[in-house]
Design a protein around this ligand. Sequence first.
Ligand code: AP5
Ligand code: MG
Length: 206
Amino acid sequence: MGSCGCSTRTLIFALFGPPGCGKGTQATMIKERLGYVHVSTGDMFRNAIARQDPIALQMQEYMKRGDLVPDEIIRDMLQVELGALLAQSQRPKGIILDGFPRTLKQADLLGEIMVKLKLQFTGVISLEVPEEMLVQRLLKRGTGRPDDKEDVIRERMKVYYEKTRPLEEYYAKHNALNTINGVGTIEEIFERITPVVRSWETNSPC
Ligand code: AP5
Ligand code: MG
């Protein structure tokens, strides 16, 4: 165990930003190139719906209309997922949270999960992209996600500004916010993110 009380060197941070800013795309890059595990609460929820999980089925209307699923439901799913990852014989070098936390309440819940799992949350990388570009990206995505219709996209943006964006100020106050320009090629954005992750790796307390 390290001097800070953490039982593992696993680094954990969040990719943050509005729908379409590139959280999933950049998490995939970080996974492939830097060897981190990608944990997306949106993917977890979509997978749970696909396997007909009864709670996810009950909650799918939130996602379909572009609203957030209740905090505690997401918290429970994430806790199980992270617990399973840390129980593996080979613990991950690092974990990227994609899409969590998304409310101030979730930031508190994340703190509780970190204590329970003896991890230390490192910080947030926020991807900034103008709204019209976000909408265009999502309309072009073409994967058939039920929430990629224009009216639902607009609702997701509204929910982001109302419920999620206040977290930027929260993490800025905690000196844990790193804002990155999310406009450019996928490669260029990855090159902007990498030094932040590398500096966290170097300065990791244990
Ligand atoms: P979630 O799945 O997290 O969706 P989201 O936040 O709305 O964001 P997206 O996944 O649409 O975008 P992204 O930022 O990952 O961008 P991507 O890389 O895909 O959540 C969906 C729903 O689940 C929520 O609405 C809610 O109901 C529920 N949920 C999930 N987490 C929750 C939580 N914590 N609490 C409560 N509810 C929760 O890129 C988008 C497109 O742009 C892609 O086509 C990509 O190829 C393209 N692209 C990416 N980068 C670039 C680039 N640099 N240039 C051009 N195109 C690019
Ligand atoms: Mg995503």
